[in-house]
Ligand binder design. Sequence first.
Ligand code: FAD
Length: 292
Amino acid sequence: MKLTELFSRNQLSLSFEVFPPKNETTFESVKHATEEIARLHPSFMSVTYGAGGGTSRYTLDIAKQIKDLYDVPSLAHLTCVSSTRETVRERIRDIKSAGIQNVMALRGDIPTELQNADRSHWDFRHAIELIYELKESGADFCIGGACYPEIHPESTNQKEDILHLKEKVDAGCEFLTTQMFFDNNLLYNFLYKIREAGITVPIIPGIMPITNANQVERAIKLSGSFMPQRFKSLVDKFGSDPAAMKQAGIAYATDQIIDLYANGITGVHVYSMNKPDVAAKIQSNLSDILGK
Ligand code: FAD
């Protein structure tokens, strides 16, 4: 099923993300975690893609498994910046042959050693070029893209960032999933600005449940997200007690999701990070709201 069909139903949706194994050794454990999350019958599941392409085969295998074995719509991520046009075309053909209809078109992070490289000869510099490639493939994909309520770290200002986002949507991106954020007001403010800029596609907020204190630093480094005092207090108080931190982090994420639903958002994506227990707890916290 195409995700646009799901979003047009105007029902609340909750979806989860998994990331593929880095190598064969961890494949079985990721497969098992995926299976457990799929058994919750979320609205859809996404599978991330290693920026260097190292896990591309696994992304596809897992996305196919979700769709074929558990009848849960899957969304396969694909990045382009470190790849040649030929490789990207091959990946697109593989996605098509696996019968996967939903693709998250991403640029990927620029590897540190290439940060200052001359990019003029690169086959792909921005996600929009991957969207063009997906469109030109002739396959009828439902294409998603990423967006950043707190601005992409490389953007000089939000106006410019939103301008490029609009170009991505005009190129064929049919929905946008957000970077994680910990203050819903940032999302509401962003929504106002993008709607004003003429971006009307569904926006799926991405919520990251922080379940251990070590994750905090990594999450901020990765996303540049603002940490509200309410969240910082929670980490200060419970960070050294793993069970309490997990409970508090899940409660915080649940609270964010309830507030989003209460304010008119119909689809929320949870960065569940291969943790079936976290996904299950969040879903059960929302059982009456979701009617599950
Ligand atoms: P783009 O849309 O290309 O934007 C990147 C920057 O370039 C922005 O500053 C934008 O304003 C600017 N820009 C865009 N178009 C132009 C243009 N035409 N001219 C000039 N500037 C332009 N990474 C992975 O490796 N694997 C994943 O599976 C993955 N999944 C993700 C899922 C979500 C929901 C999010 C939010 C991020 C994900 N990422 C993933 C990280 C993502 O690859 C990085 O954030 C990356 O730095 C940007 O990707 P993008 O697709 O947003 O890029």
